[in-house]
Design a protein around this ligand. Structure first.
Ligand code: HEC
Length: 115
């Protein structure tokens, strides 16, 4: 799959799961850990995305994670993270996370969203 197609697929998955599956993540998975979520995002995403409550993304085109909820329900990311997250841009590896890790990532993302 080309990077661009992968990106499209990723966005489509986000929108579809956001619209159809509103079930709370915490009901399905182990206890999420904000610290673990933050650590995972630091390791995998922070070289491009701002992952905290302030600051700019190192990659100018990468949206700061605290702004993601403006575009997508955060729970909509659940499936994308589990099935393979690939956002089409140079150098972006594909990420696949375990369910417990996803719960932690989502919990962390929710905790930093701007209102
Ligand atoms: C190599 C740099 C890089 C890494 C690493 C990276 N991203 Fe991204 N990400 C980007 C860029 C650039 C965009 C904007 C892409 C676009 O709009 O075409 C983006 C967009 C996104 C989007 C929003 C897509 C949109 O259009 O709104 C999400 C969600 C996302 N990334 C999640 C992640 C997650 C989660 C990780 C870590 C597991 C991660 N990214 C790692 C560079 C990166």
């Amino acid at each position: 799959m080309s990077a661009r197609l992968a990106h499209r697929f990723f966005l489509a998955a986000l929108l579809v799961t956001g619209a159809l599956t509103m079930s709370p993540v915490s009901a399905q998975q182990g206890t999420p850990s904000l610290k673990r979520g933050e650590a995972l995002l630091t390791r995998n995403c922070a070289r491009c995305h701002a992952i905290g409550t302030a600051g700019r993304s190192p990659h100018p085109a990468a949206p700061p994670f605290r702004t993601l909820a403006r575009k997508y329900p955060i729970d909509g990311l659940q499936e994308a993270l589990g099935e393979g997250l690939s956002v089409g841009h140079p150098d972006m590896p594909e990420f696949v996370f375990e369910p417990d890790d996803i719960a932690s990532i989502l919990a962390y993302l929710k905790s930093i969203q701007e209102r």
